[in-house]
Structures are given as structure tokens and as C-alpha cells.
Design a protein around this ligand. Structure first.
Ligand code: ADP
Ligand code: ASP
Ligand code: MG
Length: 413
């Protein structure tokens, strides 16, 4: 039987009613003659809630002792132990709900599923997948439910894969199992030319190539996780993004297929917003010491540029739970000319030829706020702007330079 990997995100399993609907959908997939592996995220906002609890637990016994200094932050190793429990709750509940439908199912954690990662905590990378237990259970005719977003490092520590990492679990398993396809279910019926919550005119994209999708994901389009798209591209796994509950092929039901086999002309454009990043600037002479702090604190950088005199970089804070500590380390390292600013975000235009001077010029001319930084790559033009200016700027770019633009209509699917 063909193997189908399905992933259901947090909003799809936010309560028992939704989880029971997912069990029905899994049962239908099974009845259609597939071996099914299901990857689940934690229910609703569980991961955020657990993070909140950890922050409270980290406060000193007498909160007044902390004075005006930043509150202490929980250790990343312990956060991984804690956050990985969120997905365990949904995996076991889904397995129970599938049993209730008369089907045989078994749930596994990331480590039981053979997801081996490097030794970074909070944003580990998968380095190998050994899905033997899953294969054995599929051979026994069982549906396998896997806790997303987690693995075990080669040092046998529990790790998590970065926020949104359940997508990565699904794609990595699909690749390792030779699955026919990897279906990612969320609250949106595929990938749009911008986040439809921010840009109401965003257009649905029925097909996308890996390259464009990876660029979008790396800029912060959270509909698909960047590491997941990278795996899919490397192992040629087709990703199908759908809305939970939608039945493929029914009239009016839409989906996005991310693969190499797009019939589109590869010249689409999308606008992507990523909030909550920090901007780090220093004199160029501080580069080596900055790199050393970043390495020691496992600080991820997005774009980093070294000019003749200055170094500038942005870092996404979503996967830096100990930002207060990292910031204090940066400030203690006596880096010449250091400035660290939060409250910024990234606005990106993704697609071919977006780095052309005419496009860059038009993009900058229609912004109300002055960008702190502008980066141009072959497939991406990005600006760092204050968080508060991002949504409005995204709507303007989408209208003037995205698929809705009159002259740029050729860029639409
Ligand atoms: P899940 O919790 O199921 O993994 P996410 O919240 O991570 O789902 O991803 C789905 C969300 O991604 C949508 O609700 C939408 O707001 C957002 N999103 C951001 N960019 C895009 C885009 N280009 N197309 C579609 N959705 C997008
Ligand atoms: N539960 C994790 C998160 O909230 C992983 C995921 O949803 O993919 O980031
Ligand atoms: Mg997600």
C-alpha cells in the first residue's frame, strides 16, 4: 500500500472535538487504501502556555531580589523536556480516538520514531531518520501517530526542532519512509501570495516550486516551516498544503502542491512578513568577538553583512527563548560600536528578478517608513522595518509589486 504522511497543526487539534474530526479524516485516508503515518502538533496554544509556565518557574524565589535586571530564563534543555510533552498529549489522544473508530493505531514520540538531531536545544536540526519501529508497525497494519517537533540528539538528549517544527518531522519521515506524499493540514487551504490574515487580497497559489517556497519560509511565511521545505527539496518529497477537513478533489476545495513539477513559469511573487526580530550592529573590528558570542549562545543570524566599517545582522527572536541572557552577553563582550535593537521585523518580496534595480527602486519608493536595512538576493528583496510599520507596508508591496500589480500580472499563476 502507498504510504501517506499527514501532519495536523495545533489549530487542527485544538480541542477534543477537532481531534475527533482529525481521527475521522485519518480513518477515511486509511479506508482509501493507504498506509497512514500521522504527525501531530501540540493542541492549540499549548507550546506558548508551557513556555509561559517555564518563565514563571524561572523567577527567583524572592522576585524583589531581581531588582531592575532582566528576569532569569529557563535552561533550553529543560524547555525541550517540557515543550516536547505538548505533542505527546495530542499523539496519544489521537491514537485513542482512532481506536474508538475500530482501527489499530500506535503512538510514538520523536525519539521512538528514530528522529536523530544535532545537539542544539530549542532549534535542533534533524541529521538522520531511522524509522524502523514505524515501518514494523505499518507492516502490522497499524496507523502510526508521531509526536511532531521533537527528536533525540546523538547524545541521547530530547531536543525540539524550532517553532513550527512539526512540519519538519512530517517531511523528514515522508522522505525516510519513501512516502507517496506528505500532506500538511492547517487552518488555511494552501499557500497564498501573502499571509491572508495581513493582506486580504492575497492570491491562492495552486503550485509552487521548492526554491520559491523555501525562500518564503526562510523569510518567515509560517504556513510551511523552512527546514521542512529544505528536506522536501533535498529528498524530492511533494508537499501538499491543505485546510483540515477539506476533501481533496471536491468542487471548490483548493490546495497548494510544492514540488519540482510546477507548470507555472516560475516567476511568481509573494510578500512575506516576519515580526519580532532584533537588529545587531557593531564596528567591523568586533566581528570575530561577535561571532564567538553567537556561537557560544547558539544565536541564529538571518542576513549578516560586513561592510568596510560596519557589521549588521538581524536575528529572529522566535527561536531564542533566552534572548535576555544573549543580549546581556553581547553587551558584556565590549564589542566596539555595538547597538542592539528589538521591535523590528522583516518585509520581503520573493520571486524571480526582485533584485533588479527597477524593482528595488519601486519597492523603496512606496514605503512610508525608512528601512533600517535593505538586503537584495537573486530571489528575495528584504527590508528591516519597525514592527508597527510591517503590515501596512506588506499591503502596499503586494498591491504595487506583487501578483495584484497591473503590470506585474504576468507574475501570477
Ligand atoms: P499550524 O499551526 O497548523 O502549523 P501555522 O499557524 O503554523 O499552522 O500556519 C498557518 C498560518 O500561516 C495561516 O493561518 C496564515 O495566517 C499563515 N501564513 C503566513 N504566510 C502565509 C502564506 N503565504 N500563505 C498562507 N498562509 C500563510
Ligand atoms: N507545537 C510547536 C509550536 O507551537 C511545533 C508546531 O506546532 O509545529 O511551535
Ligand atoms: Mg506551523
Amino acid at each position: 500500500m502507498p504510504i501517506v504522511v499527514q501532519k495536523y497543526g495545533g489549530s487542527s487539534v485544538a480541542d477534543i472535538g477537532k481531534l475527533r474530526s482529525v481521527a475521522d479524516q485519518v480513518a477515511r485516508t486509511r479506508a482509501a487504501g493507504n498506509d497512514v503515518v500521522v504527525v501531530v502538533s501540540a493542541m492549540g496554544k499549548t507550546t506558548d502556555n508551557l513556555l509561559g509556565l517555564a518563565r514563571e518557574a524561572a523567577l527567583p524565589p524572592d522576585a524583589s531580589v531581581a531588582g531592575g535586571s532582566a528576569p532569569p530564563e529557563p535552561a533550553k534543555r529543560e524547555l525541550d523536556m517540557l515543550l516536547s510533552t505538548g505533542e505527546r498529549v495530542s499523539m496519544s489522544l489521537l491514537s485513542i480516538a482512532i481506536h474508538a473508530r475500530g482501527l489499530d493505531a500506535v503512538s510514538f514520540t520523536g525519539s521512538q520514531s528514530g528522529i536523530i538531531t544535532n545537539d542544539r536545544h530549542f532549534d535542533a536540526r534533524i541529521i538522520e531518520v531511522r524509522p524502523h519501529r514505524i515501518e514494523d508497525e505499518l507492516a502490522r497494519g497499524r496507523i502510526v501517530i508521531v509526536a511532531g517537533y521533537q527528536g533525540m540528539s546523538y547524545k541521547r538528549e530530547i531536543t525540539t526542532l524550532g517553532r513550527g517544527g512539526s512540519d519538519t518531522t512530517a517531511v523528514a519521515l515522508a522522505a525516510a519512509l519513501g512516502a507517496e506524499r506528505c500532506e500538511i493540514y492547517s487552518d488555511v487551504d494552501g499557500v497564498y501570495s501573502a499571509d491572508p490574515r495581513i493582506v486580504p487580497d492575497a492570491r491562492h497559489l495552486p503550485e509552487l516550486d521548492y526554491e520559491t517556497m523555501q525562500e518564503m519560509a526562510e523569510c518567515g511565511a509560517k504556513v510551511l516551516n523552512a527546514q521542512a521545505v529544505e528536506w522536501a527539496r533535498r529528498h524530492k518529497v511533494a508537499i501538499i498544503a491543505r485546510k483540515t477537513g477539506d476533501v481533496a478533489g471536491r468542487p471548490g476545495v483548493r490546495e497548494t502542491v510544492v514540488s519540482n513539477e510546477t507548470s507555472a513559469d516560475g516567476s511568481r511573487r509573494a510578500v512575506v512578513v516576519q515580526k519580532n526580530l532584533a537588529l545587531v550592529c557593531a564596528e567591523r573590528s568586533a566581528a570575530a568577538r561577535l561571532a564567538a558570542v553567537a556561537e557560544r549562545m547558539s544565536l541564529p543570524f538571518g542576513d549578516l553583512t560586513l561592510g568596510p566599517r560596519e557589521l549588521v545582522a538581524w536575528t529572529p527572536l522566535l527561536n531564542v527563548p533566552n534572548w535576555g541572557e544573549v543580549r546581556a552577553e553581547l553587551e558584556a563582550a565590549s564589542l566596539n560600536g555595538l547597538s542592539v535593537r528589538e521591535g523590528h521585523g522583516l518585509l520581503s518580496l520573493v520571486g524571480v528578478e526582485v533584485g533588479l534595480p527597477s524593482v528595488v527602486g519601486a519597492a523603496l519608493a512606496c514605503l512610508d517608513a525608512t528601512p533600517e536595512l535593505v538586503f537584495s538576493h537573486p530571489l528575495r528583496l528584504s527590508c528591516v522595518l519597525p514592527d508597527a510599520a510591517l503590515d501596512a507596508a506588506a499591503r502596499v508591496w503586494h498591491e504595487r509589486l506583487g501578483p495584484c500589480a497591473g503590470a506585474a500580472d504576468r507574475l501570477t499563476a
